[in-house]
Design a protein around this ligand. Structure first.
Ligand code: ZN
Ligand code: ZN
Length: 242
């Protein structure tokens, strides 16, 4: 039922149709395994299936047992809950690199589909969708923000308002790769600013490609809550297994 309702949404249908037209002109390769004539092949989609292990009720990290992971027990997460589609390995990792460094918008549309399905299942009741913003330096080099390439089709597919201006990155931060959780927290502290007129009184879904320690999502949540957001949720395509 949900699928019927979703594909029936005109804006989403148009968005998908645009990429299907482009595929006809320029036959694509799978973002996960480079198989020709598909953006995201059935076997990569299957391999990158949802995280099925026991997960932390708060942040969605895979845990051996118990309701919350050690990190969430040890610190106060500012986001209400976070979930990811799949572990950050194999074809999902290849596809995210492709999205990040090749700016493949059509691949973003294909990868947003399992996120739409997951959000449907979660029934969080969010009011609007915001991508984690990229700093101006990085955006200038790449020309796009990979989180937005997922967040826009996700919002269209779920019939939710897409509000990229609700969050702004006000501090250019060095890459988080190779940093510890504490270093990541320091790195992104006060890096984001929220727009009060968009955030106040809203339940907000923040979207990113990968979640690692949750530091970025926490910093986004802090900025949004500061401007009066009711609750902040996080959804990412992949989850780094630490
Ligand atoms: Zn593939
Ligand atoms: Zn957790």
């Amino acid at each position: 039922m949900a699928v019927l309702a979703r594909t029936g949404r005109p804006a989403y249908r148009l968005y998908r149709l645009a990429w299907a037209g482009l595929d006809w002109l320029y036959p694509p390769r799978c973002g996960g395994c480079e198989k020709p004539f598909t953006r995201w092949c059935a076997s990569c989609a299957q391999a990158a299936s949802a995280l099925t292990e026991t997960i932390c009720a708060r942040c969605g990290a895979v845990v051996a047992e118990g309701a919350e992971c050690a990190r969430c027990r040890g610190q106060q997460s500012l986001f209400y809950a976070a979930r990811s589609v799949a572990p950050y390995t194999g074809s999902i990792r290849n596809a995210i690199r492709q999205l990040k460094f090749a700016g493949d918008m059509a691949l973003g549309e294909a990868l947003a589909r399992p996120m739409i399905d997951l959000l449907d299942k979660l029934e969080w009741g969010v009011d609007l969708v915001v991508p984690v913003p990229a700093g101006s330096a990085r955006r200038k080099i790449r020309g796009y923000n990979q989180a937005a390439l997922l967040a826009l089709p996700l919002a269209l597919g779920c019939g939710l308002p897409y509000r990229p201006k609700a969050l702004k990155k006000v501090k250019d931060t060095p890459t988080q790769v190779g940093l510890s959780a504490a270093e990541r927290r320091d790195n992104v502290r006060d890096a984001f600013q929220a727009a009060g007129d968009l955030a106040a009184g809203k339940r907000i879904l923040v979207v990113d490609d990968v979640m690692t320690s949750g530091a970025t999502l926490n910093a986004c949540a802090q900025a949004l809550l500061h401007q009066g957001a009711l609750q902040v949720y996080g959804l990412t395509l992949a989850r780094a297994i630490l």
